[in-house]
Design a protein around this ligand. Structure first.
Ligand SMILES: [Zn+2]
Ligand SMILES: [Zn+2]
Length: 438
């Protein structure tokens, strides 16, 4: 009897994949990370959502997002205006990062879904489907339209005090686009796509192979891209037979790369807070705004909800993320045992929330593109925004470089093969069945 195997990507614990009730999620029994959800093996619904998202994205790029009227002058911005403004004002790094996160990555994400799901739905083959689906996994973390929307709301709050601001068709298109993309991700399980894209001759490892590998003390590898469990046959890195990506036992030089990127982020954190992220000129008077002064200005204006959001995203999240990641890396390097489950949870949460710090960068890109009325009112980006964007990107790259399975390895926990081989635990024990957390 062969079982389909799934290894937890956070602790490498091996599970037997089972059918779970609709709307539920299977969690790793060891570290508690989600393994897979009970999405159906259907591709028509996510395809319809991807096409809807594509049309909404076209609207979002063709019409003004905000229109700003002051002293009889009117300025509009589109999704790409911030990119152009950053580039013209001499901030190419910010221009590229805003272009990637608010335009190129979301567009790539939507197009990749259509490119792969349309032929699958029609039972056809087109060249490069595997490569496209592999690239999708890489660009997914950089698609930040949801964060961009929060940046828009912050910019809107800052502007309404001294000018008339009207939301354009693109604003509403972005508001509809975000739940559409979210729904597309929820209704589609990438596991089923990988199974459809796999070569027809592909043989999945069975529990017998696993028993043999365990007996020979052979490492079992897990593909980081398609999550297939691969037999290493004595090697610590092989090419995945399903998606073609390189599979490593652990990410190469993971801890040293993660440390280096985190230290670079710590160094950049100082100029990010000292230098202004933008300079606002209003009726001839210029005033520099740092991250901190931006929050206190919102508090003084009585905009508490937005002030709390900006404080959390721009001040709390970066500091907490740097401290917690540093602690996880240190505990891993020292091989500390203790609350490994909680340590894995901390890593997962920091990996998820880090992107929300881009709110301030998006806000500056929107304000700088909109407010260009010479001496009456102008917003110019500052070097603080470059450093701050660097901090966000570096902490994200650091978390990606770190291999959370090291948390368990270094603490001497390598007994992930037991449930499959021993068969002593009940089915309920192998894959916990729980409802989707609300
Ligand atoms: Zn796990
Ligand atoms: Zn793979």
């Amino acid at each position: 009897m062969s079982h389909r195997l799934i290894a937890c990507e956070h602790c490498d614990y091996l599970h037997v994949e089972e059918d779970i009730p609709a709307g539920s999620v299977a969690y790793c029994v060891r570290c508690g990370s989600p393994l897979y959800s009970a999405a159906q093996a259907r591709f028509d619904k996510p395809l319809a959502l991807a096409i809807t998202a594509f049309l909404l994205f076209l609207i979002a790029n063709s019409y003004p997002v905000l229109t700003f009227a002051m002293e009889g002058r009117v300025e509009s911005n589109t999704l790409g205006s911030g990119v152009v403004t950053f580039w013209r004002e001499g901030f190419p790094f910010l221009a590229i990062m805003v272009a990637v996160t608010s335009m190129l990555a979301p567009m790539g994400l939507i197009l990749a879904h259509i490119y792969v799901l349309l032929p699958i739905t029609l039972n056809k083959q087109v060249p490069g489907m595997q490569q496209v689906w592999r690239i999708l996994a890489m660009i997914r973390p950089w698609s930040m339209l949801d964060v961009f929307l929060i940046g828009l709301l912050v910019a809107l709050t800052k502007l309404t005090d001294f000018a008339e601001v009207i939301a354009g068709p693109a604003f509403f298109a972005i508001c509809c686009l975000i739940p559409t993309v979210l729904l597309m991700n929820v209704t589609l399980d990438p596991r089923y796509v990988w199974r459809r894209l796999a070569p027809t001759t592909l043989r999945y490892p069975t529990s017998d192979d696993i028993a043999e590998a365990d007996h020979q003390k052979e490492p079992l590898l897990t593909c980081h891209t398609c999550a297939m469990v691969v037999l290493g046959n004595g090697r610590q890195d092989v090419r995945c037979p399903r998606c073609g990506d390189m599979v490593h036992l652990r990410k190469p030089r993971s801890l040293s790369r993660a440390w280096a990127l985190l230290l670079a982020a710590v160094i950049l954190y100082v100029p990010a807070n000292v230098f202004p992220i933008m300079t606002v000129t209003y009726l001839g008077r210029g005033e520099a705004d740092t991250i901190l002064s931006g929050v206190s200005a919102l508090i003084n204006a009585g905009e508490w909800p937005i002030a709390i959001v900006v404080f959390a995203a721009s001040i709390l999240v970066p500091i907490v993320k740097i401290v917690l990641l540093g602690w996880v890396y240190l505990a891993t390097a020292l091989g500390l045992s203790g609350p490994l489950r909680e340590r894995t949870l901390i890593y997962r949460v920091t990996e998820l929330v880090g992107r929300w710090s881009m709110v301030d960068v998006f806000m500056v890109s929107i304000l700088a593109a909109l407010v260009k009325l010479g001496n009456i009112a102008t917003v110019q980006p500052g070097f603080g925004a470059v450093a701050f964007c660097g901090v966000v990107i570096l902490t994200m790259l650091s978390a990606m470089a770190f291999d959370p399975r090291l948390i368990w390895d270094r603490a001497g926990m390598q007994s992930g093969r037991v449930p499959v081989l021993g068969g002593t635990k009940s089915k309920q024990d192998r894959v916990e069945k729980q409802g989707v957390p609300s």
